[in-house]
Each structure stands twice: as C-alpha cells, then as structure tokens.
Ligand binder design. Structure first.
Ligand code: MSP
Length: 501
C-alpha cells in the first residue's frame, strides 16, 4: 500500500491565523483527502510552534505565562481548522512532552556524532529589548523595535556544523530531482548552498522559553532545530519505531517560499547528521497579497478567513485558493474574484449540472438510475481513465490548480453532453427509450466521478452531492473507478452552491 505523510509548517503562536496559514493547511488537507480516496495509507500532521523569545515577550506584555498565551492561540487555530473542514490526523504542539523528548533525542544524536560544538554567537544586541539582531534587521544601525542604538555582543552558543553537509546536500539534491518542488525553487537552494554554508547557531541562553539542550541545560534549543523536529515527533519518533518507520521518509512537507531554506538545507542536514533519511519532498508555495499589497502586521491588512467562510462557506474559499492561482506562484486575493468563481464554476457549472440531471432522472425514470448498455460502460471506463490520469498527474506534481482545471473541463464537457443529447427530446420519442437510458446513466455516472474528483477541494458540498446521487457506500470506502449502480434510487435534488451578487 502506498504511504503518504503530509505536513504543514507548524504555526507561530505570536500571531493569529490568517489566509496565509489557511492556504498551506487547506493544501495539505486537499492532498490528504485525495490520497485517502485512492486508498493510500495517509497521515496528515499540522500544529503550532510555541517556543522562543517572541512568545516569551508577548506573554510578559500580556501578563500571562507563555503557555497560557499559546493555549489561547492554539484554540483559535483549531477553530479555524474546524471551520475549514480540515481533517488532520494529529496536531502537534512543540510544548508537549513527546516533542521535548524527540528534540533532546535528535540533538543528542547529532552531538554524539560530533556535529554540535560550543562556540560564541556574535551579533548586534539591543540592551533594553534584550534581543539579538542580525545586521539586516537593523534600521540605520538601530533596533527596529525601540529605535535605540545597538551594540555588538557575544553569547555562548552551540553550533551545528552545517558546512560539513554542503557536498552531501548537493549530492542529495542532484540525485533526487523531486526533492524540491516546484522545480524552479531548486536552483535557488542549490545556489544558496554553493555560496557556502556557515555554522548554524542552535542554542540560546538569553531566554528560557524553550527545550533545554540535553548536554547543557543552561541553553535552550534555538527555534529551527526545535521546530523542524515536529515532523518526527508527529509520527511517534523516537518511541514508536513501527509507526515512525511506516511513514518516514515518505513525506511531503508543504511550506511557504519564505521558509524553504530551513526545510531544504538545515532540515536534511540535521537528519543526515543524526544518521536518518532526509524527507522525500518539499513543496514551497507562493504568497498571497491583498489587493496587490503585501500582508503585514504593520499594515493590518491580513485577510481573515473566518468572515469569508461565514459569508461564502468553507468549500468556496477552499476551491478559490487553488483555482485562482497556480500553486507555487504568488497570488492576489480579491473578494470579487472569489464571487465570480463561486457563481460561474461552482454554482453554474457544477451545482446546476447536478440539479438538472437529477431532475431529469426523477422525471423520466422515476428517480432510479437506468441500466446502460455494455458498450457504454466500456466507453465510459476509457474516458474516466484518461481524465483520472490527468488529475492524478497534477495531484502528484502538486499542481493542485491543474487538477481543478482538468476537472472543470470535464464538468463543462458534461454540460455540453446534456445539451447535445437533449434528453427532453428523447423522452418524447418511444423509440429512443434505450438511448435515453444510456444518456441518463452516463450523466449520472459522470456526476459520481466529478463528485469524487471535487471532494478533496469542496468536501462538504460533495458529501451532499453524494447523498443526492443516492450512493449508499461511503465515498472513502469505494474505489474511484467503480461506476454508479443502475437501479440506485436518487435523493432529493437540492442547490449545491448558492450564488452571490
Ligand atoms: N513557525 C515557522 C514554521 C516552522 S515549520 C517547522 C513559521 N510560522 S509562521 O506562522 O510564520 O508561518 C507559517 C506559514 O505561513 C509559512 O509557510 C508562510 O509561508 C505562510 N504564510 C504567511 N503569510 C503568508 C501569505 N501572505 N501568503 C501565503 N502564505 C504565507 O514560519
């Protein structure tokens, strides 16, 4: 059985969820649902990244303990995932005990291997903010937060011997053409590595909110080594070897382009150092802007998914995110574009088709799916196979937009079939009885198939469509290629997608 382990980044808890977070998580949900439908052993992990100075400081300002702050934000993420119909298998929080154990184990192994050593971390420091800053973070040499002068300061820190992995990383990338996707991102990573890697500071003593370094508890593990390890913790490492070995390294890490370097360089290097296999695939998607502007805290222009879900429904938003923009490129969010997609593609093309066909089956065949001729079944199997191939290739390439495009074309063709076969004319001609059976069967079977292809993107509407088609067997338990049974009694046709002004 094929194994698919799918992850999202774990989200920082010093921010509330917005459309950018929703994007990666819905993508992971779409992929997981697709793989489950085709019978793969699928595991979908998401969660939150809760340690670090920012969370510690935010908690101090709010007058709560860091964990209380995290609990509140986690609640909001979980609410959003429920509203978006996200079906994850596990939600990992980096403050959980199981994660502390995993991080200590990974750090310990890399230390044993000799790739972690104690050194001096030197950078700009803002004394009032108690914050280390990199050169690029400074504004005219001053602290970007309080505007006061900064000074060069040294802190003891453990380092990871990243330069040692330059060649192994380049070799791994070269030998695994699908490791970094889309392909266009690969060169970016290769030239970063070829530009020379520096030792990576992986611990801090300036704040306490983190996982202690196992060999020196005066230090806490600095963010990325802590955060990335969640992908191991989530599948039971190091305690549940069986579960871990089942899913690792068959993983697809879905991330935004801003965190590609951490995933495609640091992460495989940590794993190599610990004697483990690097992940199979990393896919970096683009960024959403809001009416052409970058979304940021200072602009206060983050698109909040919740009101959109309330107004248009979660299916509509899920569909829009992958229909509007090439997955992998940047895109611009606009409500007008969302409404257009709902009206033209979900309501008119898909929803309307279902209603029309079900009503005709009601009217001309008393609500029972008629029996087709053998030749039709054969022809349909061939047609289904070619559509499925296109959709499947798109899904395995993570070209989610293409999967929707091909499905959309098939829906349009099916609408064309309604027009060209004109069942309302056939119904008036007693000699065309067999032909009408065939046409209605073909339309019903096409709709069954369309419903399955759309289900990963618009799950709620598709489970209603499934019920309206009268199919009793749950979609998840049924082979994608198994045609609808004749004699099936259809349900009551109801509007699938509402239209908006
Ligand atoms: N905690 C780290 C990830 C650790 S993974 C081991 C982190 N968290 S984050 O909350 O800041 O961001 C998570 C994801 O949201 C990133 O993949 C980022 O690309 C994505 N997005 C944030 N803003 C976005 C847009 N405006 N558009 C699309 N995605 C964006 O980074």
């Amino acid at each position: 059985m094929r194994i698919e382990y799918i992850t999202t980044p774990i989200y920082y808890v010093n921010d509330v969820p917005h459309i950018g977070h929703a994007y990666t998580t819905v993508a992971a949900d779409v992929l997981s649902r697709y793989h489950r439908l085709r019978g793969c052993d699928t595991f979908f992990l998401t969660g939150t990244d809760e340690h670090g100075r920012k969370v510690e400081q935010a908690a101090v300002s709010a007058g709560v303990r860091p964990i209380e702050l995290a609990d509140g934000v986690v609640e909001r993420f979980m609410q959003l995932w429920a509203a978006l119909d996200i079906r994850y298998d596990d939600f990992i929080r980096t403050t959980e005990k199981r994660h502390g154990i995993a991080v200590a184990e990974l750090v310990g192994r890399v230390y044993e291997a000799g790739d972690i050593y104690l050194g001096q971390y030197e950078d700009w420091y803002c004394v009032p903010c108690e914050t280390f800053l990199t050169e690029s973070q400074l504004v005219d040499g001053k602290c970007p937060d309080c505007g006061r002068p900064t000074e060069k300061l040294k802190e003891a820190s453990y380092f990871f011997n990243l330069p040692k992995y330059e060649q192994p990383l380049l070799k791994y990338i070269d030998e695994h053409p699908d490791f970094i996707m889309p392909k266009s991102r690969r060169n970016e990573v290769v030239s970063f590595i070829e530009g020379g890697l520096k030792p990576l500071s992986i611990s801090r003593t300036a704040f306490k909110w983190g996982i202690p370094m196992p060999m020196d508890p005066a230090h806490v593990v600095y963010v990325w080594m802590d955060a990335l390890t969640n992908y191991l913790t989530g599948i039971g490492w190091p305690q549940d070897e069986g579960r871990f070995n089942r899913y690792w390294p068959h993983v697809t890490h879905l991330i935004g382009k801003d965190i590609l370097r951490f995933h495609a360089v640091y992460w495989p290097a940590f794993l190599m150092a610990a004697g483990m296999e690097p992940p199979l695939r990393i896919f970096a998607h683009g960024w959403w802007t809001n009416k052409g502007e970058k979304m940021s805290k200072s602009r206060g222009n983050f698109v909040d998914p919740l009101p959109l879900i309330e107004r248009y429904g979660s299916d509509a938003l899920r569909f829009f995110l992958f229909r509007e923009v090439t997955f992998g490129l940047d895109g611009d969010f606009s409500e007008t574009a969302l409404v257009k997609r709902i009206n033209n593609e979900l309501a008119d093309n898909f929803g309307n088709l279902l209603q029309r066909v079900l009503k005709m089956i009601g009217r001309y065949r008393q609500g029972r799916i008629p029996e087709p001729t053998g030749n039709l079944l054969e022809a349909m199997a061939i047609c289904r196979k070619s559509v499925l191939e296109r959709v499947h290739n798109a899904m395995t390439d993570l070209a989610l937009h293409k999967a929707l495009y091909h499905t959309g074309v098939f829906i349009s063709e099916t609408n064309g079939l309604v027009e060209s076969s004109a069942p309302w004319k056939l119904a008036k001609d007693p000699a065309a009885d067999g032909k009408l059976d065939d046409v209605l069967y073909e339309l019903a079977e096409r709709l069954r198939f369309i419903t399955v292809l759309m289900a990963p993107f618009t799950p709620a509407a598709c489970s209603r469509a499934w019920a309206q088609l009268g199919i009793k067997e749950p979609m998840e338990e049924r082979d994608i290629g198994k045609p609808i049974e004749h004699g099936t009694v259809i349900g009551k046709p109801e509007i699938l997608f509402k239209k908006f002004d």
